[in-house]
Each structure stands twice: as C-alpha cells, then as structure tokens.
Design a protein around this ligand. Sequence first.
Ligand SMILES: C[S@@+](CC[C@H](N)C(=O)[O-])C[C@H]1O[C@@H](n2cnc3c(N)ncnc32)[C@H](O)[C@@H]1O
Length: 270
Amino acid sequence: MEDNELRQAISTAYAKALEAARQGGGGGCCGGTGCCGAGGGTLIELAGYGPERTQHAAVAATSFGCGNPLAFSGVAPGQTVLDLGSGAGFDLLIAAGTVGPTGKVIGVDMTEAMLAAARDNIARAGLESVIEVRQGHIEALPVAEASVDWVISNCVINLSTDKPAVFAEIARVLRPGGRIAISDIVAEDLPPAVVASVAGHAACVSGAIAEAAYLAGLAGAGLVDVAAAERLIYSAGQLRALFGEALGEDLAEAVAGKVASVRFVGRKPE
Ligand SMILES: C[S@@+](CC[C@H](N)C(=O)[O-])C[C@H]1O[C@@H](n2cnc3c(N)ncnc32)[C@H](O)[C@@H]1O
C-alpha cells in the first residue's frame, strides 16, 4: 500500500472510531473494542490521567491516546504548546488549563472529523481564545519555525510512514530550549502478519518502531537529553483491548511483551 493510501485508511479509521466512541461503543478502527484506548476501553485507564478525566469526561470518552504526555511535563502559564495529531482535543483542553489565558495551544490533525470534534469541544469549554486547531500533516507542520515552547503528542507518531520527517519538524518548530513530552507506542520484533496489517497500523501497533530507534530519531533531528521517562509494557490482555478482534488470541500472545507505551522527553538546545 502506498503511503498516501495508508494515511487515507488511517484517517478513515479514526473518523469511524470517533463516531463509534461518540455513540458510546469502543472505537472501531481496528474492528475491535479499544483502538488505543477509545472511550470505555481499558487503555485510557492505563494512560495515567488523573482528575482531568472527570473534568473533561465527555471529551475523554473520545480520546484515543495511549499515555498522558502532559504528566510531570513542567508546562508553565503563558507558554505555547503544540499537539501533534490532536484528535478530538482532550490533551488540548488539559494544556489550555495549564498555559492559562496568556498562553497558546495549537493542535494539528489531518482528519476533518477530528478537527470538527475538537472545535466543538473547544467552543463548549469557552477556550477559543487559547486553543486553535489546524488541518495538516505532522510530516509538514503548518506551524512557523522556532515558535513553540512544547511539542506534545499522544499515540500519533507511530502512525507516520515518515518518522524522520516528523522528528525534523519537531526540531524545526521548537524554540531554542523548547521541550517535548510525547507518549507513543513502541514495538520490538513484531511478527510479519502484524507488520503487514493495515488495521494493526491504524490501531497504533504495526507502524511502531523500537524505543531505541525512536530515541535515535529524536537525537538525530538535533534534540538533546532525549529519554524514555516512563514505560508501560502491554500484556496479551491489554493488547487484545488495543487490537480487538483484528489481533486475535494467537497474535495477542505473540506480541505480548513486545509492545509498550513510552513517554519520551527531550529538548532543543539553546
Ligand atoms: C490514536 S489517535 C490520537 C488522537 C489524540 N492524540 C488523542 O490522544 O486522543 C491518532 C490521531 O492522529 C491523527 N493522525 C494520524 N496520522 C497523522 C498524520 N500523518 N498527520 C496528522 N494527523 C495524523 C489522526 O487523524 C488521529 O486523530
């Protein structure tokens, strides 16, 4: 499958998953129940959110994250935060609460349905003056050079077929001294059947790279002090929630212990 076709398949999968999550079911993007933890799935519960989940309960139900990138991040009032693949906007709302009225939060996503949902959620929260969402690709961000203090992202970069371009874009848009807080899926030695699965790709597993390759990619783009601050290795049961029926019992067992959610940190040199 060509890169553009895969990107289109991912976008379609997330538009469908959003609709399913809104109707109270689990995300359906991989034919399963969870898809990176869509509302009601178990993985959002593992993601490490605290009171934010109840504060923004309706939006949390349409979250497809696999971590809590803003946890312990040190984002401060007045700063600018950019969220790559911002989805329906759960992390945007949390970031806006931290940067306050003098700060700015920008979300970039390629899926029109996600952008529309995010705009609704932002308006409902009365945060239009703080949060802006832009349609675009994380491989070519519609964001000015050296313009943001933080790049955050939650379960998105694994979906990109050009991760070096994403890492280079992160380094480009960060101000000198700017920092990253990225939650994402990493994987080691996936069976070929999983790697080849488009549903598995949309479910955030098949496109995942190893943690060491991720760290090397961030460092290769010029970021320093890059590290895995936190790691949750998924069990077979948790993977079944992630992939649902698309994975099946055997493959869930086969990839157990090989797939993890990691929170990456790092900064652009001054
Ligand atoms: C797993 S969901 C995560 C959404 C959000 N970060 C959250 O935590 O709920 C992946 C999101 O990334 C977006 N996405 C995937 N690949 C993308 C790309 N190459 N450029 C821009 N957005 C992308 C999808 O449209 C989707 O909204």
